[in-house]
Design a protein around this ligand. Structure first.
Ligand SMILES: Cc1cc2nc3c(=O)[nH]c(=O)nc-3n(C[C@H](O)[C@H](O)[C@H](O)COP(=O)(O)OP(=O)(O)OC[C@H]3O[C@@H](n4cnc5c(N)ncnc54)[C@H](O)[C@@H]3O)c2cc1C
Length: 480
């Protein structure tokens, strides 16, 4: 997120002076690292939680349309950066992979069909295929069909233009570009400990060089807190009234990784199922072909877990250290209103390796225990927000919190995530630099970087197709 904002700002305002602090000795090594997330280029092609069923029985596709468009915006910025040779990712960071949704039982099949009917009204989704035929599904995803009861009622949708993204690789290449720009400094191994507004309106940023233990201070006109799981703590330190009432609830992720190369090559898709009752939306199980460190892998998960850490490389004191008088009631209320989530998480945490494996067998009936190992992914910090009626609510999206003067912005939450980072950072710019964003100079640059900027891809089907052709050509989207 911070790399994206830095790149956008440096392109829009070449004389900007930007200093980036990262507590680890490498950038993009927390949630954005390829092994720490699922790498899905979220386009709402396969994620059923983006299209909830409404009380009237229809499917709400509004979120799916927005997310799909946001991913097209991300691809445009990446295409621009690659085309202009501003970034040179260490490995191909985006790869073509079919996105499929896979459901069981009459009720879920009816839902998938309704979802398909609603989405295919839009050009963005009109390539989607739907089938209930075992033979056709076996042709698409043979590994998932071997050993399956031929009487099982199943349905699948398929989008051939899905992607797998190595967000760590694109992050590192964007930071590499920034490091070489005049006026940009990147300090690794520097932990920001405090952010405080001075009387003159500048922000005083306190940090520690974790190597030398030296305390340092800088002053800045504008601060972006893009610290992932570490953002809540820094938002609280900033003491802005707008940050009051926010809390965080950490959910960790684990995946099963296939260790048998002969199996890995037999599956070529990201196949998303339906979330279990009470589970958080990001726990939708999926069997995924991934390109990790330039190599093809097969992963299944995520399994949710609980840890009090807010960052994978964080401290067990993280949760406790963010509980303050202003958020204790919202956090308790959110807990009381989410008993099913609590039960779900407890169930996940106490799972044995055999339980986890049993779950995989619903997707891959002939899976063998010896072929899979457990790997730990990143931490997400779900937002808890003060709510007038309920006291506190658990939010699954992202939230940009800014101060009244729009000189500080913090990003909380992690969903839909890195896929939509460009749109989220454009929102930060819209909020904090409203005049510049409307200026001719910035608008010209924005449309150079993101050709569709200001035009809806949701409502212009042919244009959406043109934009997709353009980004696919530059990003060399080829079959995995
Ligand atoms: C299990 C899992 C699966 C996911 N799957 C997907 C997916 O399939 N698709 C998708 O688009 N998104 C996915 N996401 C979400 C995605 O990973 C995040 O939204 C995204 O990576 C967040 O980027 P970020 O820059 O905000 O945070 P991060 O990548 O975590 O970066 C924050 C950085 O700030 C640093 N930092 C923290 N505190 C401080 C401090 N005090 N001082 C200095 N530095 C600090 C951290 O070390 C870190 O490097 C997933 C997340 C998880 C956990």
């Amino acid at each position: 997120m911070s790399a994206t904002l830095g790149v956008l700002l440096k392109q829009l305002k070449p004389d900007a002076t930007i200093t980036i602090f990262e507590r680890l000795d490498k950038v993009g090594a927390e949630s954005s690292d390829a092994w720490n997330n699922a790498g899905t280029g979220h386009s709402a092609f396969c994620e059923l939680n983006y299209t909830p069923l409404k009380d009237d029985g229809s499917v709400d596709i509004s979120k799916a349309l927005k997310i799909s468009e946001a991913f097209e915006i991300s691809k445009q910025l990446w295409a621009y950066l690659c085309n202009e040779k501003l970034v040179k990712p260490e490995i191909p960071f985006i790869n073509d992979i079919d996105h499929m949704s896979f459901v069981w039982g009459e009720k879920n099949m009816a839902f998938l069909k309704k979802r398909y009917d609603a989405l295919t009204q839009y050009g963005m989704f009109d390539d989607m295929l739907y089938t209930e035929s075992h033979a056709e599904i076996a042709d698409w995803i043979p590994l998932m069909m071997k050993g399956r009861d031929p009487k099982e009622q199943i349905a699948v949708t398929r989008m051939a233009i899905g992607t797998d993204v190595n967000f760590g690789a694109i992050t590192r290449s964007m930071i590499e570009y920034l490091k070489n720009c005049d006026g940009v400094e990147v300090h690794l191994g520097h932990q920001v400990n405090d952010v405080e507004e001075e009387k003159n309106g500048l922000w005083k940023v306190d940090m520690e060089d974790l190597d030398t233990k030296e305390e340092k201070i800088i002053f800045s006109k504008f601060v972006f807190i893009g610290a992932g799981g570490g953002a809540l703590k820094l938002l609280e330190k900033s003491d802005i009234p707008e940050g009051r009432g926010f809390g965080g609830f950490p959910v960790s992720g684990q995946f099963l990784r296939c260790t048998n190369p002969a199996i890995v090559t037999q599956h070529e898709a990201k196949v998303y199922g339906k979330a279990a009752f009470g589970s958080p939306p990001m726990s939708v199980p999926h069997l995924d072909t991934r390109m990790l460190d330039g190599e093809r892998s097969l992963l299944f998960g995520p399994y949710a877990g609980f840890s009090t850490k807010f960052l994978k490389h964080g401290s067990y004191m993280d949760l406790l250290s963010t509980i303050e008088a202003h958020n204790i009631w919202p956090m308790l209320s959110a807990g009381m209103h989410n008993i099913s989530l609590t039960k779900y998480l407890i169930g996940q945490v106490v799972q044995s390796p055999e339980d986890r494996f049993h779950f995989l067998k619903a997707y891959y009936p002939e899976a063998k225990f010896k072929d899979w190992e457990l790997v730990t992914a990143g931490q997400r910090v779900q937002i808890i927000k003060k709510d007038g009626d309920k006291g506190g609510v658990l939010k699954f999206g992202t939230e940009i919190v800014t101060n009244q003067g729009k000189t500080l912005a913090a990003l909380l939450g992690a969903s839909p995530g890195a896929s939509t980072s460009v749109s989220i950072m454009l929102d930060v710019l819209d909020t904090c630099f409203p005049t510049e964003m409307k200026s001719k100079d910035w608008l010209t640059k924005l449309t150079k970087m993101i050709p569709s900027y200001g035009t809806s891809l949701i409502h212009h089907d042919d244009y959406c197709g043109e934009i997709r052709d353009y980004t696919s050509r530059i990003l060399k989207l080829e079959e995995v």
